[in-house]
Design a protein around this ligand. Structure first.
Ligand code: ADP
Ligand code: MG
Length: 234
């Protein structure tokens, strides 16, 4: 246990440092972006500036995702309503999905127990997963979300897409930092998801078939079980 504690303390310190650095990178980035936009207005080589601007956006999204990952210390766990959280996320992402001809259908089963969660982190997880599903369907398609209560006192969320799928040999790479197949990807989205779900004592499971689609299953402990585990840990 002693060694384990040391390791987690080191990780926390590393996380704080990373968050600090990420903040420091963001400020100059914002000012560089402002200047580039000014210069762009005064030139006929606008396409060069567009390249620079889009690369700056890329750095910014890497830093943002990293920042989110690095500061779970600020997390506040509260009683939350998963159905409401999912509803908020779907509302948020609806414009993007409609633009890509993707339809999101949600089914909610009976007696979903409340969960103990950090709402913003869970929202981030669902946004990342749904974005990936949308991006996996360049010609549009369906995303089916279902929320069920499973025994004992556990919530079970399933996200099914009809996207390109993930090849078998790539499945083990899922969740590794910087693994991306997208030109503008960061490869940090899923790593963040795994980390957040782990922090909720949950499980995140991928299954996929190339050309058919991807299914993501998330298990989250319902409130009573989280409490039980906490009691045992203390
Ligand atoms: P990014 O989206 O920035 O590439 P992620 O960590 O979110 O980074 O995803 C990593 C990679 O996993 C993606 O580039 C993609 O190849 C694959 N992937 C994730 N979700 C899906 C999905 N629903 N369908 C197909 N491939 C996926
Ligand atoms: Mg992603």
């Amino acid at each position: 246990t002693d060694r384990l504690l040391q390791k987690s303390e080191k990780l926390a310190l590393l996380g704080q440092m990373a968050a600090g650095i990420a903040h420091e990178i963001r400020n100059p980035l914002t000012s560089i972006k402002g200047f580039i936009q000014l210069f762009k207005a005064e030139t006929d080589k606008k396409e060069y500036y567009d390249v620079v601007l889009s690369e700056l956006d890329r750095i910014n999204s890497i830093v943002s995702e990293f920042l989110l990952l690095a500061k779970p210390t600020a997390a506040v766990f509260r009683e939350g309503n998963l159905v409401q959280i999912l509803h908020d996320v779907v509302t948020l992402i609806n414009t993007q999905s409609a633009m890509n001809n993707v339809r999101i259908t949600t089914a909610v089963g009976p007696n979903i127990p409340p969960i103990i969660c950090e709402e913003n982190q869970l929202k981030q997880v669902f946004i990342n997963l749904l974005k990936n599903s949308i991006e996996a369907m360049p010609n549009g398609g369906n995303i089916y979300i279902s929320v069920q209560k499973s025994q004992p006192e556990e919530v079970f969320i399933k996200i099914v897409d009809e996207g390109v799928g993930i090849p078998e040999e790539r499945m083990k790479t899922i969740g590794e930092p910087f693994y991306t197949t997208k030109e503008k990807g960061t490869g940090l989205g899923l790593m963040t998801c795994f980390k957040i779900i782990e922090g909720h004592n949950g499980k995140l499971i991928f299954s996929s078939e190339v050309g058919v689609g991807t299914t993501i299953i998330i298990h989250l402990p319902g409130m009573t079980r989280t409490h039980l585990k906490k009691d045992i840990d203390e």
